[in-house]
Design a protein around this ligand. Sequence first.
Ligand SMILES: [Zn+2]
Length: 102
Amino acid sequence: MAVEREKIYEVEVKRRRVKEGGGYEPFWKVKNVATALSDSDTEFRCKDCGGQVKLLGRNSKAGAPPYVEHKLNADSEYCAGGMLFKKATDGREPKASEHPVE
Ligand SMILES: [Zn+2]
């Protein structure tokens, strides 16, 4: 039996924008993983919990889009978009990552 993998196709990427009064400030923007890669984005995090994610599938066969999964199981267990959270049957509430990407 194949091990079920988490597959998340949308992430937040870190961008910069011009700040009022001068300079730049970072902000997070939701993006499709494939779009983020073609835009050369390098900083990603989970759009639901802010946790660290691992980029996967970018070299897989044609037609299969790249995706991410949570680096930490603890994030997946309490993230609204996490596979382990969705599988949990104890009625738990989602919460933000305890180790978010800033
Ligand atoms: Zn998450």
